[in-house]
Design a protein. Structure first.
Length: 235
C-alpha cells in the first residue's frame, strides 16, 4: 500500500503515524499474504483488549451509580463485533482493507472483516501513539454509541434504577409482588406491584412477569418523583 493511500486513511482516523508500517499491517487481511504473521490478526487480538479496557474505564467513570451487571451489559453491546463493524463502515475503513482475490465481494467484508479491521487499527494506534492515541480515536467514534446504549439500557432497566435508589436512600430492597394473572396459558397477562417497606406503589400489567415488574418499577420511580413521562414501551 503506497503512502498516498495511507495518508488518506490517516485523514479518516485523524492521526498521523510515526510508523506507517503499523497502519499498513492493520489494513492487511490474512487472505492477502502468504504468511499470516504479516496480516492484521495479531493487531486484531491486541486491539480487542485495548478497546475493551478503554470502554470499561469510560463506563466506570461516566456512570458511578451503575452496578457491575449494568456496566457489563452496556460494555458487551459496545464492543461487540457488530458494533465494531458498524463503526468501521461508518468511517469507510472497510473500503481500504487489503484482501485476497477470493474475498472480493464477500459479505464478510462489511461484517466480521470490518470488525477485525477496526480492532487492528485501534491496536496500531496504541502501539504507535500509546493509550491516549487509541483512547482519543475510540471515544470520538464511540461517543454517540455510548449515549445510545445508555439510553436504551436505562429504558429497559427501571428495576435496577429503583433498587439502587431504594438501597442507597431508604436502606431497603424493593419487593415485587405478583397480584394477579389472567388469560389462557399461551397468552397470559400478569399484574405486579412494587412494595418498599410498608409502602405500596401502583401496580402494572405486562405480557410476562419480567415486563410487569419493569412497568411496576417505572410506576414507583414516577411516584417517587425520580422520573417523568410515560413508559417507553407500549404493550
Amino acid at each position: 500500500m503506497n503512502n498516498e493511500a495511507l495518508q488518506q486513511i490517516e485523514q479518516l482516523i485523524e492521526y498521523n503515524f510515526k510508523n506507517r508500517n503499523l497502519l499498513a499491517g492493520a489494513l492487511t487481511h490474512a487472505s492477502a499474504v502468504d504468511n499470516r504473521l504479516l496480516s492484521n490478526e495479531r493487531l486484531e487480538f491486541l486491539g480487542d483488549a485495548v478497546l475493551g479496557a478503554v470502554i470499561c474505564l469510560t463506563l466506570y467513570e461516566r456512570f458511578p451509580n451503575y452496578l457491575e451487571g449494568d456496566l457489563t451489559k452496556i460494555k458487551s453491546r459496545l464492543v461487540s463485533r457488530r458494533t465494531c463493524a458498524t463503526v468501521a463502515r461508518g468511517l469507510g475503513l472497510h473500503k481500504h482493507l487489503n484482501i485476497g482475490k477470493g474475498m472480493t465481494g464477500s459479505r464478510a467484508l462489511s461484517g466480521s472483516l470490518a470488525a477485525g479491521l477496526f480492532e487492528a487499527i485501534v491496536a496500531a494506534l496504541y502501539v504507535d501513539g500509546g493509550i491516549e492515541a487509541a483512547k482519543k480515536f475510540i471515544l470520538k467514534t464511540f461517543a454517540p454509541l455510548i449515549e445510545q446504549a445508555d439510553s436504551e439500557h436505562s429504558q429497559d432497566n427501571f428495576k435496577s434504577v429503583l433498587q439502587q435508589y431504594s438501597q442507597q436512600h431508604l436502606g431497603v430492597t424493593p419487593m415485587y409482588v405478583l397480584l394477579d394473572e389472567k388469560g389462557p396459558d399461551h397468552d397470559k397477562c400478569f399484574e405486579s406491584q412494587v412494595r418498599i417497606s410498608q409502602r405500596c406503589f401502583p401496580s402494572a400489567w405486562g405480557p410476562n412477569k419480567k415486563h410487569a415488574e419493569q412497568k411496576a418499577a417505572f410506576n414507583a420511580l414516577l411516584e417517587l418523583g425520580l422520573i417523568e413521562g410515560q413508559y417507553p414501551h407500549q404493550d
